[in-house]
Design a protein around this ligand. Structure first.
Ligand SMILES: [Zn+2]
Ligand SMILES: [Zn+2]
Length: 648
């Protein structure tokens, strides 16, 4: 029974058109009606779940009396979660039907997709994935409902014991409730909170994407399971767009490009997550690091260098031993324990403390390209993006409270300049005091206000993450956006109240009193290694001239051109250009193709014309031929294209 009153309560929330809201009045509900029957016309076939008084539930729940109901469509964030989680159940059913001996572990939705972990002796192959997809298609075609049941704990245990699902029994061990919910579609029953789709036909576009190993509960001591990743979208078009994005991301994968372009390696003989830079990778890093040194000196920073290992007692004093020990490596000599630094701050504190500081000396800005080691779990390592050893472009600024805003503004302008040089758009987030924190209310207020004030003075838009600051102070995080629209955390500027206190740092103020300086930790690129990984993917390995490890390659057509070509190479090198030579007695086409695969910005082909006129004809990466020019003109060209990265 749908009355007029029902429609008068119904309205669309303007800002979130994918979610629809209405209030059901007591007179609206007739016996046995479900939420599904109440889906408004415009959302029929699209609504996949609903919030009832704030709780996300299945649509086969009874339509409630007088409750606030918001329907969730498949293409909203919550709807995609429900869709993907349901697709993971369908995948588990398909796997169980094809491989009955497999045990199922967990299968959540994740960002951009879902996975399910399976215990299976034989590894899954790409062919298996195809078969599983096919079977999933059949299950979806049967339009099976996802039925929810609540069972007393003992019944649930008996059920999963009967199924032989030992992982589910382990999960049940940890649940303290008297009852648990299970969901069944077709032949498959899972322990699950839900909610799920009304039925399998709501899965309109899905794809299984990859297979990976995963330890049960993420613990290396446990059994290694096989994880199948997949994704699902509200419609085929959105899925296609996503798959194209994945394809593009795969092409740009910095781990593959790092190998192909001979930039770096990871080697288990050396240690997991420890990048080893080959000449070309080291060259790109050197270019970036030299640029950073120049820019820091220009902005009133002093370059400092601290040791890689420092005594354990110092880490205890700083609080790192207490808060950070699990991530640190330790070593020992002559009965003294040392910690390998996971951060660069401590040596900088000691430099500051090495003499009496006056207010006239402040601000002091110490900059170090500091290599740190952090013990990451092997499952979390990911090429250069997540490593155990990396170099930060780290600085610590010590200033008077009065100078704080100007210092923060200076850092923000610096970051803006550097992001501009790399042409990255970026966004900012201010993180405020967390529940667990140290420092006085006044300290926090002053530092948070300074960060806010600096953001507003610059006229920047920013988001606020309430309670997400470090325990030692508030911070601003910067996220850059790459060519594929992916966001990467890079710069951060953080206030710190602990270290000046713990190291008893002081300055003598104008009134002759000893006072505490305020301290900022800040990085701009963050981890230089990670930034390099981002750059490789951003440029798809084709570095612009200023960053390219090899800017030009000189190619000879025949051996008679070698002498002249050698002179060209020498002249370019003398001018500071990064140049390679390929004088092999190979076909020119092959040499050009290889240069292009190496993504070298310019190939200079030397033939009779070039020798006679004493000129070069640059061919740009991508095949465009430039007009012939003298070597000096070519140097001027790459020099101007290198802009801030040019080094004499
Ligand atoms: Zn589930
Ligand atoms: Zn620091």
């Amino acid at each position: 029974m749908v009355c007029v009153a029902f429609f008068s309560y119904y309205h669309v929330i303007m800002n979130t058109p994918k979610v629809e809201s209405k209030k059901l009045s007591a007179s609206d509900v007739s016996g046995g009606e479900t939420l599904l029957s109440r889906v408004p016309d415009g959302m029929r076939g699209k609504a996949v779940a609903a919030y009832v008084n704030g709780e996300l539930v299945d649509l086969d729940r009874p339509a409630p009396n007088d409750a606030d109901v918001r329907f969730i469509s498949a293409d909203s964030a919550e709807g995609l979660d429900v869709l993907r989680h349901s697709t993971s159940h369908v995948m588990a059913e398909a796997v169980k039907s094809l491989y009955p001996d497999v045990k199922v572990a967990i299968g959540p939705s994740i960002e951009n997709g879902f996975y399910y972990d399976f215990d299976k002796t034989e590894p899954f192959t790409p062919d298996d994935l195809e078969n599983i997809e096919k079977r999933m298609g059949e299950i979806i075609g049967q339009d099976l409902t996802f039925e929810r049941r609540e069972l007393p704990m003992a019944d649930a245990r008996a059920l999963f014991e009967k199924f032989g699902e030992t992982y589910k029994l382990e999960l049940l061990d940890e649940i303290e409730d008297d009852t648990v919910s299970i969901y069944t579609q077709g032949e498959f029953t899972d322990l699950c909170r839900g909610p799920h789709l009304p039925s399998t036909k709501f899965i309109k576009a899905f794809k299984l994407t990859s297979i990976a190993g995963a330890y049960w509960r993420g613990d290396e001591k446990n059994r290694m399971l096989q994880r199948i990743y997949g994704t699902a979208f509200a419609d085929k078009k959105a899925l296609k767009q996503h798959l194209q994005f994945l394809e593009e991301a795969k092409k740009r994968d910095h781990r593959r490009l790092g190998r192909e372009l001979d930039l770096f390696q990871f080697n288990d003989e050396a240690g997991a997550g420890m990048p080893i830079y080959h000449p070309k990778g080291a060259m790109v890093r050197t270019i970036i690091e030299d640029f950073e040194r120049r820019e820091h000196l220009r902005r009133g920073y002093d370059i400092v260098i601290g040791p890689l290992i420092l005594k354990r007692e110092l880490w205890e004093r700083s609080g790192h031993y207490e808060n950070y020990r699990d991530l640190m490596y330790f070593t020992e000599a002559d009965g003294q324990e040392y910690g390998i630094k996971p951060m660069n701050c401590l040596a900088h504190m000691l430099i500051y403390r090495s003499k009496i500081r006056s207010y006239r000396d402040l601000p002091i800005r110490y900059f170090e390209l500091g290599t740190v080691h952090r013990h990451e779990k092997s499952g979390q390592l990911h090429g250069l993006l997540r490593v155990s050893a990396f170099t930060q472009d780290d600085a610590h600024i010590l200033c008077t409270p009065d100078q704080l805003v100007d210092e923060i503004v200076g850092v923000m302008e610096f970051i803006d300049y550097v992001m501009g040089v790399f042409e990255f758009p970026y966004a900012m987030e201010l993180s405020t005091r967390p529940e667990k924190s140290i420092g006085t209310d006044i300290d926090w207020q002053r530092a948070t206000d300074a960060l806010k004030f600096a953001l507003e003075r610059q006229g920047h838009e920013y988001e606020i993450n309430e309670g997400d600051g470090a325990f030692y102070g508030p911070k601003i995080d910067f996220k850059l956006k790459d060519a594929l629209g992916r966001e990467w955390q890079c710069a951060t500027v953080q206030c710190d109240f602990t270290l000046p206190e713990r190291f008893d740092l002081t300055f003598v103020d104008a009134d002759g009193e000893r006072k505490r300086p305020v301290m900022l930790h800040r990085v701009i690129l963050g981890s230089v290694d990670r930034f390099l990984g981002v750059l490789i993917e951003h440029y798809a390995g084709a570095f612009p001239v200023g960053l390219a490890p090899v800017q030009a390659i000189v190619l000879t057509i025949t051996d008679v051109h070698i002498e002249h070509a050698r002179n060209v190479v020498d002249e370019l090198k003398r001018a500071g250009a990064r140049v390679e030579a390929d004088f092999r007695n190979e076909k020119l086409g092959l040499k050009v193709r290889e240069a292009q695969l190496q993504k070298i910005p310019y190939a200079l082909i030397i033939g009779d014309t070039e020798v006679e006129a004493n000129r070069v004809t640059p061919r740009a990466l991508g095949g465009k031929n430039l007009d012939s020019m003298s070597v000096e003109e070519f140097i001027a060209l790459i020099r101007s294209e290198s802009s801030v990265f040019w080094r004499e």
